[in-house]
Design a binder for this molecule. Structure first.
Ligand SMILES: [Zn+2]
Ligand SMILES: [Zn+2]
Length: 276
């Protein structure tokens, strides 16, 4: 878990310096802090989602994906407590045990991903770009408007202070379903957030496998996505769909038939189709 308090100290030291240069560096630290806060939630959730399933990498988009696919409470404030007394075979909800002695385990700080996303963007606009000159006579100032940058940094620090109160991160609660990938890794998903037709990639960083999800009643099925390539010998070679989908233009994939050892190359090509 990242140390947000330490980051705030660094930002405050830069602000205390008071120079336009230090305010700019403080804005950069704020922007990095927003990225670290959001990516820290992703790291905690990585048992449940592959990096390949993130459509966008902007920090607030990453958190929105986590909320949609891993944990509805990925950006919510939560407190985790437990009792010293064991529940009577879970027959009585713990909240109803009158003398239950609750011990607080930790607190997850909540935040609004849209608000952090908006700060992330505005910090960049205000402080982290040189101004484009409008004419030949226009100057190029060394830094942005120091006072505006400072005010904005102070606002973001107030938001970071709330996040710094958190003492833990959770990857969420809820019923799980799992399947074993062809690479041998066990992949887990929250059943409540799975939908038919969804494509999920294996959580293995070096694995290229992906699966399509189908549901039937309360059952979940994960079908390995493969591209079937017929060989002249009649055998059929199977290539993980993600490998073929991620081939770039002019890139080739070499494959070899396991039955007759024929070697082939796969390449994406433009195709002309007559419409008449
Ligand atoms: Zn895998
Ligand atoms: Zn063959």
């Amino acid at each position: 878990m990242i140390d947000v308090k330490k980051i705030i100290e660094t930002i405050e030291e830069l602000l205390a310096d008071g120079s336009p240069q230090s305010s700019t560096y403080a804005a950069l630290e704020c922007r990095l802090a927003i990225e670290k806060v959001c990516y820290d939630r992703l790291r905690t959730a990585h048992d449940y989602i592959s990096q390949h399933d993130l459509v966008r990498y902007r920090p607030h988009d990453v958190v929105k994906t986590l909320i949609a696919e891993v944990d509805e409470n990925a950006a919510s404030g939560l407190t985790l407590s437990m009792t010293r007394q064991p529940s009577d075979a879970y027959a009585t909800p713990l909240e109803e045990i009158p003398d239950a002695e609750w011990i607080q385990i930790g607190t997850q700080a909540g935040f609004d991903p849209r608000k952090l996303g908006s700060y992330w963007q505005s910090l960049s606009n205000l402080a982290l770009h040189a101004r484009v000159p409008k004419s030949k006579d226009d100057d190029i100032p060394a830094y942005g408007d120091a006072e505006k940058i400072r005010r904005h940094v102070v606002e973001v620090v107030a938001e970071l202070r709330k996040i710094a109160t958190g003492t833990m991160l959770t990857s969420g609660l809820g019923e799980e379903v799992s399947f074993e990938c062809a690479c041998g890794r066990l992949n887990r998903r929250r059943s409540k957030l799975l939908r038919s037709g969804q494509i999920v990639s294996c959580v293995g960083v070096d694995c290229k496998e992906s699966y399509s999800v189908s549901t039937e009643s309360t059952d979940f099925y994960f079908t390995r996505r493969l591209l079937g390539i017929p060989c002249q010998c009649g055998a059929r070679m199977e290539v993980p769909a993600r490998i073929a989908e991620n081939l770039k233009r002019h890139e080739t994939l070499n494959i070899e038939c396991l039955d007759c050892s024929e070697r082939m190359q796969l390449t994406w090509r433009l195709a002309r189709t007559s419409l008449t």
